[in-house]
Design a protein around this ligand. Structure first.
Ligand code: HXC
Length: 263
C-alpha cells in the first residue's frame, strides 16, 4: 500500500484549472503514504505549471471526499521517531506553500484527515450530502494534520472544541452555517460543474492579485495586526507595478473587458 506507483491520485488539466482527484474509491479515498506523497507532488507540479491558475481537489467514487487516515494501514511497529518524522513537516501543512488558490469540492464523507485536507484548501464547496467530522479523539488520538489549529481559525474556538471533543458529525447545511464551508452546491450532480465555474471565475482574474490576496490573508493569521498590515501594504505596492493592474484600469476607462496575462 506504500507503493507510490499505485495510482492513488489522478490529475487533470482543463483550461486554466488543475484538478487533483483523491483516487482510492474502494477505501473512500483513505490516506495512505502513497496518497500523501502523490497529493503533495501533484499540488507542487500544478503550482509550477504556468498554464494553471486554480487547483481543485475532490474525491473519486460515490461515497465521499476522504474518510481520513487509512486505519487498515497503520503500522503499530513504526517507532515514535518514524511517526514523528512522517508527521513533521506535515504534508497537509505543505498546502500553505502553494501560491495558487485551491478549492476543495467535497461530497459524502469528509472525516479526520479528509477534513484536514479540506481545511488546508482556500475555498470549500460542499455537496448537500457531505458529512464532516473529526473522530480522532474517539480513536484515542488528536488530529495530526492541522485540525486542532485550522478548525479554530476557520470556525472559532468554541465550535472547534465542540467538534474536537464530541467527534459529532455535521451535515453540509450545518457546516455552511458555521462557516466550515463557504458554499453548498445545489446538488451532488452539479458539485463538479459548480466547482469548475468557481475556479473559472477566479482563473479569469489577475493571477498575481489572487496569489497575494491568499498570501496576505493566510500569512497575516500568523502575525500581529501591525505585521499583517505591513505585509498587505508591501504586496499591494508590488501589484501596482503589474501589467494586469494597468490593464484593469485601462479596460475600465475604455469600457471594454480586460485581457489579463498574469504578468
Ligand atoms: C481505511 C477505510 C476507511 C479508513 C473506510 N474504509 N474508511 N479504510 N481507512 N479511514 C473502507 C472500509 O473499510 C470499506 O472497505 C470501504 O472503505 C467502505 O467503507 P464502509 O465502512 O463499508 O462504508 P460505510 O458503512 O458507508 O461507512 C462509511 C464510514 C466508515 C462511516 C466513513 O467507513 C468509517 O467510519 N470509516 C472510518 C472513518 C474514520 O474514523 N476515519 C479516521 C479519521 S481519524 P471494505 O474493503 O470493507 O469494502 C484520522 C486521523 C487519525 O483521519 C487516524 C488514526 C487511526
Amino acid at each position: 500500500a506504500d507503493n507510490v506507483d499505485e495510482r492513488v491520485v489522478s490529475v487533470g488539466r482543463k483550461d486554466k484549472i488543475g484538478h487533483v482527484v483523491l483516487d482510492r474509491p474502494g477505501q473512500i479515498n483513505a490516506i495512505n503514504n502513497a496518497l500523501r506523497t502523490s497529493v503533495g507532488n501533484a499540488l507542487r507540479e500544478l503550482d509550477g505549471d504556468p498554464n494553471i491558475a486554480v487547483i481543485i481537489i475532490s474525491g473519486a467514487g460515490a461515497r465521499g471526499f476522504c474518510a481520513g487516515a487509512d486505519i487498515k494501514d497503520q503500522h503499530a511497529s513504526d517507532s515514535l521517531l518514524d511517526l514523528r518524522r512522517n508527521l513533521l513537516p506535515g504534508w497537509i501543512d505543505a498546502f500553505d506553500q502553494i501560491s495558487k488558490p485551491i478549492i476543495a469540492a467535497i461530497h459524502g464523507y469528509c472525516l479526520g484527515g479528509g477534513l484536514e485536507i479540506a481545511m488546508a484548501c482556500d475555498i470549500r464547496i460542499a455537496a448537500p450530502d457531505a458529512v464532516f467530522g473529526l473522530p480522532e479523539t474517539g480513536l484515542g488520538l488528536i488530529p495530526g494534520g492541522g485540525g486542532t489549529q485550522r478548525l479554530p481559525r476557520i470556525v472559532g474556538l468554541g465550535r472547534a472544541l465542540d467538534l474536537l471533543l464530541t467527534g459529532d458529525r455535521l451535515d453540509a447545511q450545518e457546516a455552511h452555517r458555521i462557516g466550515l464551508v463557504s458554499r453548498v452546491a445545489s446538488s451532488g450532480e452539479t458539485l463538479r460543474d459548480e466547482a469548475y465555474a468557481l475556479a473559472a471565475k477566479i482563473a479569469g482574474r489577475p493571477a498575481g492579485a489572487s496569489a497575494y490576496a491568499k498570501e496576505a490573508a493566510k500569512g497575516g493569521l500568523d502575525m500581529s495586526l501591525a505585521d499583517g498590515l505591513r505585509l498587505e501594504k508591501d504586496l499591494f505596492v508590488l501589484l501596482m507595478s503589474t501589467e494586469d493592474r494597468r490593464e484593469a484600469a485601462a479596460a475600465f476607462k475604455a469600457k471594454r473587458p480586460p485581457n489579463f496575462t498574469g504578468r
